[in-house]
Design a protein. Structure first.
Length: 586
């Protein structure tokens, strides 16, 4: 009998059977992965979060780079350079925390107790130890830690603030603390300069980042630059001249302001004593601010320019108006005298200014009607902040009209019984230079918003006519006689080859302890050049000189040096016209 052959495929099954079996296997595998995926996504999230934490889920800050503070030509007054932060992983530092804390205290001068707590922080893999450490120093510390076999310390990029020109404009620029801006433009415009830090979040295991673990990065947004109106080179020179002047006079302090006559831009604002912005803690707190904006003082005879220009503007007097000036003037219960002894003299109004006669100024001011002098001084900007963007700026003090007495007006007319700040007074004198139009001073190019929400800068400059152009011109001609060696009291303020208009100031100062005139003085000189086509206004003030000098002999020569430098730097040619020859006597 023939044996029957088994059907084809009976041992391995037909193709259809094998295909069905394959689908079953694939389905089983997919079901396993699917169940795992469901578990990961929703069934047991807490257990996996705990597992991630156990392995190490780290979130770190990515510091933004701070914007630069620049001078008008783009030169850096403050910028950011390479720096590092030193960071600890407490999981690795906790065991030797006391040793490491002592090591870091020695190397970085960080607080021991605070550092010890951070090195032991439970559940953390990332703790700041020191911020903004110079890269060289940070690398030395890490190398020393590795040599001592201290594990868990490492570095991370952290831009370091640098002030490449040291003390130049430091009183305006300010400085940073460890974690925040503490003074000056750094603080006022911090929102613009600081930018926004980013962050990175990732998983680590055995001290290393897990390649396929969570990895989320939010990039930092760097801060924006802040450009000032300051001319770095002119600022440097002005500071050096001011320092020499204050020290030579034995003064307590001083400041100087240089303004662009037409635009009101502050080209230099120097203070002495000052400080190095890289090492602010090495200087007294009193030296860290801007005296030209934060100090108040009585301006003295510089104010006579404003008083006499108002009389001319009202048509009450001219530079040739004749006055008989006695040796002393009794006003109610207080006699008024001049800084120089004299008998009865005959001065023109120009002579009153050139000789800086208090008596002559008071006699001239008698022509004002009630409230007129106050109105003019207010329009010149006295008693009002300039709001150029410097924290702590003072208003000065211009007494309200209702508070004025005859004696008070007498004193205010020649610059006492009112107070100003330096930039405020410079802007007032600049009004004469600018043809009678007060232009608001500016320190910031363009516009920027302060931490108080005020928008400041050259884009917000305002102009206000205070006196007529002709009144300003006639006042300028009188001011020229102040520096004339034959007529005035400040020949040392002259600038060879240029016409200069100016005015001295010497005012008794009010003592802090007695709140009275204590015998100390503030001396000053304010002026502009070329007198008949002004480009710059310069104002120099010295507090309490001990060499017996006044505004003409102390501040006048400093004015001359600063003005000469500015004229040369900006290639301003002499006008070639003849200076004023107004009569000073009759």
């Amino acid at each position: 009998m023939r044996q029957t052959r088994p059907p084809r495929g009976s041992r391995r099954g037909t193709p259809q059977v094998r295909l069905r079996a394959g689908f079953v296997v694939i389905a089983m595998v997919l079901s396993v992965f699917g169940a795992r995926l469901v578990q990961l996504q929703g069934v047991d999230p807490n257990s996996y979060a705990a597992m991630a934490a156990a392995e190490g889920l780290v979130e770190v800050d990515l510091p933004a780079e701070r914007g630069d503070i620049l001078d008008r030509n783009g030169k850096a007054l403050a910028d950011s350079v390479d720096g590092l932060m030193i960071v600890a992983d407490p999981l690795m530092t906790a065991e030797k925390a006391p040793e490491i804390a002592r090591f870091l205290y020695r190397e970085l001068d960080v607080d021991y107790a605070t550092t010890l707590n951070r090195l032991r922080e439970e559940g953390s893999r990332y703790e700041y130890i020191a911020r903004r450490v110079p890269a060289t120093k940070a690398n030395q510390v890490i190398a020393a830690a590795e040599k001592a076999k201290y594990k868990g310390l490492y570095t991370q990029h952290d831009p370091l603030r640098d002030y490449p020109v040291g003390d130049v404009a430091a009183n305006l620029v300010g400085f940073l603390g460890t974690d925040e801006p503490l003074a000056g433009l750094e603080r006022t415009f911090d929102d613009q300069l600081s930018g926004t830090d980013g962050s990175a979040r990732y998983e680590v295991g055995a001290g290393n980042r897990i390649p396929l673990g969570e990895n989320t990065v939010t990039d930092p947004v760097d801060g924006q630059d802040l450009q000032t109106t300051i001319d770095l080179d002119l600022q440097w020179y002005t500071q050096r001249v001011l320092r020499q002047t204050v020290q030579a006079a034995g003064g307590d302090s001083g400041f100087a302001v240089v303004m662009d006559t037409r635009t009101g831009e502050i080209l230099a604002e120097a203070d002495h004593p000052t400080f190095d912005a890289n090492f602010p803690t090495e200087s007294p707190k009193a030296d860290l601010g801007s005296r030209a904006l934060q100090d108040v003082y009585e301006p003295g005879s510089v104010e006579k320019v404003l008083t006499l220009s108002a009389l001319i503007d009202l048509g009450l007097m001219t530079p040739r108006t004749q006055l008989v000036v006695p040796p002393s003037l009794q006003r109610e219960d207080s006699p008024i005298g001049d800084w120089f002894d004299h008998g009865t003299i005959r001065l023109t109004l120009a002579g009153v200014l050139a000789k800086s006669s208090n008596i002559g100024t008071v006699l001239a001011a008698d022509h004002f009607k009630a409230g007129q002098l106050h109105e003019y001084l207010s329009r010149f900007g006295l008693g009002q902040r300039t709001d150029i963007g410097v924290r702590g700026e003072t208003d000065g003090l211009l007494p309200a009209p209702g508070e004025w007495t005859h004696q008070m007006q007498d004193r205010i007319a020649f610059g006492q019984s009112l107070s100003v700040n330096g930039v405020q007074m410079a802007a007032a004198v600049n009004t004469i230079a600018n043809g009678g139009v007060r232009v608001s001073p500016s320190l910031i190019m363009g516009s920027a918003t302060t931490d108080e929400g005020d928008v400041v800068g050259t884009d917000t400059t305002t102009e206000r006519r205070v006196i007529s152009e002709e009144a300003a011109r006639q006042t300028m001609l009188m001011m020229e006689r102040v520096v004339d060696p034959e007529a005035g009291v400040a020949p040392g303020a002259a600038v060879p080859g240029y016409r200069v208009a100016g005015k001295t100031g010497t005012a008794q100062a009010v003592g802090e302890e007695c709140a009275c005139y204590d015998g100390t003085f503030t001396v000053s000189f304010a002026g502009f050049a070329p007198a008949d086509d002004p480009k710059f206004t310069v104002y120099v003030v010295v507090k309490n000189p001990r060499n017996g000098g006044g505004g003409g002999s102390v501040a006048g020569p400093a004015f001359s040096k600063i003005m000469a430098y500015a004229l040369k730097r900006y290639a301003v040619p002499p006008t070639g016209t003849r200076p004023s020859r107004l009569p000073v006597e009759w």
